[in-house]
Design a protein around this ligand. Structure first.
Ligand SMILES: [Mn+2]
Length: 281
């Protein structure tokens, strides 16, 4: 069976060489997905009416980092505490997130992608974390280093995937999840109570993290960060195997080939079962 296809939502940027507009993602996302065994597919900003058709061509979705989300998308007004915004990208990615949820397409949201996941479900954002809590969460000088710790809810998918309830993370954000969207829960926090990860409460496989795991996958102590991409690829792989996968069977179906192999999961295929034979193909 071919590798699962992971859609990476691209940003629009100006190519400094010739001032043309380009669709791009930071290379670190591409490499992290490829290293986890997935095939990265770039999804440029386009007509949101086509989001469902675009997603029909991939097995999983990665919402990447970027600029602030237009506060009008969560019912708030603009202001000096809001940074650069890209309303076209917001509309496109909100359509992607909502279509992914409707189709139960596995999703990982990173930084802005986590915030967008929350807004797509009706949630709101902390406009400026330093103003709200007094703690600076934007340290671009140490983007590839552990800057602060987070504490993870032990009974959560994130804890299961990362195999840890205490993770060192980088921090490149000035906003964060505030009120949670429908069907989502907070599962990790920094020392100032800033929400650092969210996940779906239902049968949709969706995780959002406020840090940038794609920049920490190369660290010796980076197993928790690598595991997030392995999880997404494993879920995408499971989706290809099963028309209507459940959470446990979906992850378990790919467990032999991923870092999740040591995680106890309900519903793992019995030796010699039909599920196990399908995994071997
Ligand atoms: Mn942080």
């Amino acid at each position: 069976m071919s590798k699962p296809r992971i859609g990476l939502a691209a940003l629009s940027a100006t190519n400094s060489a010739n001032s043309t507009l380009v669709a791009a993602v930071n290379r670190a996302y591409v490499d992290a997905v490829a290293s986890a065994g997935g095939l990265p597919y770039l999804l440029p900003v386009q007509d949101c009416a086509d989001a469902a058709d675009v997603l029909a061509g991939v097995d999983g979705l990665l919402l990447c980092g970027g600029v602030d989300i237009d506060p009008s998308q969560y019912g708030a007004a603009g202001g000096p505490d809001i940074g650069e915004i890209d309303p076209q990208r917001d509309v496109w990615e909100l359509a992607l997130a909502r279509c992914a949820r409707a189709a139960r397409l596995p999703l990982l949201g990173v930084c802005r992608g986590e915030q967008l996941l929350n807004v797509s479900a009706g949630g709101t954002l902390v406009r400026d974390v330093p103003t709200a809590t007094g703690m600076n969460h934007r340290d671009t000088e140490r983007s590839h280093q552990v800057v602060h710790d987070i504490w993870v809810e032990p009974d959560s998918l994130v804890a299961e995937v990362c195999e840890s309830v205490h993770i060192g993370v980088n921090t490149l954000h000035h906003q964060a999840v505030e009120r949670l969207g429908a069907g989502l829960r907070a599962v990790a926090w920094a020392s100032d109570s800033t929400i650092e990860a969210i996940e779906s409460t239902g049968d949709w496989l969706a995780i959002g993290v406020q840090w940038h795991p794609e920049l920490l996958v190369g660290l010796d102590e980076g197993s928790a960060h690598r595991a997030l991409f392995s999880w997404l690829v494993a879920c995408a792989h499971g989706r290809r195997l099963h028309a209507l996968p459940s959470r446990s069977s979906e992850v378990a179906s790919h467990a032999n080939a991923t870092v999740l192999s040591g995680v106890p999961l309900a519903g793992r295929a019995e030796p010699g079962s039909e599920m196990e034979r399908r995994q071997a193909s």
